[in-house]
Design a binder for this molecule. Sequence first.
Ligand SMILES: [Zn+2]
Ligand SMILES: [Zn+2]
Length: 101
Amino acid sequence: MSPDRYEEVTECSLYKHDRPSFLIESHHVVPKSWFVDVPVITPVVNVCPTCHYNIHVMIDDFVAIGRLSPRIKAPPPRQLILAHQAMEMAREKGLTPKGTL
Ligand SMILES: [Zn+2]
Ligand SMILES: [Zn+2]
């Protein structure tokens, strides 16, 4: 195996973390569960598990109360942007957002 093979898709695309995760996950910008009987059409971003979880917590706040709850003190901006995008794209596509966690 060539050395550069080890370097592919091992970084969070949102942030350069001090302690990078080697478990990178695919986040569907519009959650797959929001699609019903239609093809799932959504951008996908590679994120670490921590960013991924935070994005879904924010999405679920938007779904539940229409804003971030006070438990989220300082939302990392790039995570927040993805949470906003989920809601905006769901609106554009006429989907009904629901809790994701
Ligand atoms: Zn996700
Ligand atoms: Zn991350």
